[in-house]
Write a protein that binds this ligand. Structure first.
Ligand code: NAD
Length: 256
């Protein structure tokens, strides 16, 4: 760690010490150290799979086949992933009584696995551990479908009504969940410190959250390996791995 980075980490620790209503906003970069690739880094998911848009998914069986191939191939990594030091540091903020909400774009459920209360985690893009029927809303655990997909079923159908099944995550072109989006905006506007971690901040409306927070007067910390649009408005920018940076910040906060 060089001197500038050490200073930035110390300044971030100072802001955390002074704050009691923190929102942590996370993107795929918070989970890369758990072995889940992000979308946009080299070797990320988009290097390997074309995204399937929601309209295509509903209209075309061929598109659903592509969707379920990707799901079959990527789900085992998501299911086995364990929280890393970044998730654990965020869970620690809740134990310290400093965390208002985690707002996440991730679908991996690792914040809850790390110990954050489900009620404190707002999942803007859904959760990969559930499958829903677009026709009758039948819900089933994603785990149940893995052996079925591996046995050669290309496109599973709803066991209740025969309708189209989809993993409970938000695809491109699909509506955002209304309550979660409203709640994320409300919490962003109401926090005293907003920490954006591991997000390229290019997917809207999620990427607007730090701007809502900064606009309402919150302090802003950005922890991301690459530049983001909000860096110039941040109090602290840390260009370091989330697990390293957050663990170090929390260590300093706890040392007082
Ligand atoms: P993104 O792929 O657009 O950006 C990830 C950002 O994290 C990049 O800017 C990268 O430089 C940075 N990064 C990568 N590893 C890092 C690390 N160890 N420490 C700090 N920064 C790191 O991801 P996004 O902004 O979340 O948007 C993509 C969408 O993809 C999201 O909406 C999400 O729903 C979905 N997604 C989720 C998962 C998951 O659930 N784990 C994984 C991939 C994609």
């Amino acid at each position: 760690m060089d001197i500038d980075e050490a200073r930035a980490i110390e300044r971030a620790a100072e802001l955390v010490r002074q704050s009691w209503k923190i929102v942590v906003f996370t993107g795929a970069g918070v989970s890369t150290e758990s072995g889940i690739p992000d979308f946009r880094s080299p070797g990320g998911i988009w290097d390997r799979y074309q995204p399937v848009e929601f309209g295509e998914f509903v209209a075309s069986r061929k598109a659903r086949e592509r969707y379920w191939i990707r799901s079959r191939e990527t789900y085992p990594t998501l299911a086995q992933a364990q929280p890393n030091p970044a998730h654990l540091a965020i869970a620690r903020l809740e134990q310290m009584g400093k965390l208002d909400r985690v707002i996440t774009q991730n679908v991996d459920g690792l914040h809850q696995k790390a110990g954050n209360s489900p009620g404190r985690v707002i999942e803007l893009h859904g959760n990969t551990h559930w499958v829903i029927c677009l026709n009758c809303n039948h819900r089933s655990p994603r785990d149940r479908w893995q052996p079925i997909l591996e046995s050669g079923v290309a496109v599973p159908e709803c066991p209740d009504c025969g309708g189209i099944l989809k993993v409970s995550t938000v695809s491109f072109g699909e509506a955002m969940p209304e309550w979660e989006t409203r709640e994320a905006e409300r919490c962003s506007r109401g926090c005293d410190l907003f920490i954006a971690v591991g997000s390229s901040l290019v997917v809207y409306p999620a990427a607007q959250m730090p701007a809502y927070a900064a606009g309402a007067g919150a302090r802003l910390i950005v922890v991301n390996m690459t530049p983001t649009y909000i860096d110039e408005h941040a109090d602290v920018v840390i260009r370091q791995k989330a697990g390293v940076a957050l663990a170090e910040i929390l260590k300093r906060v706890e040392q007082g």
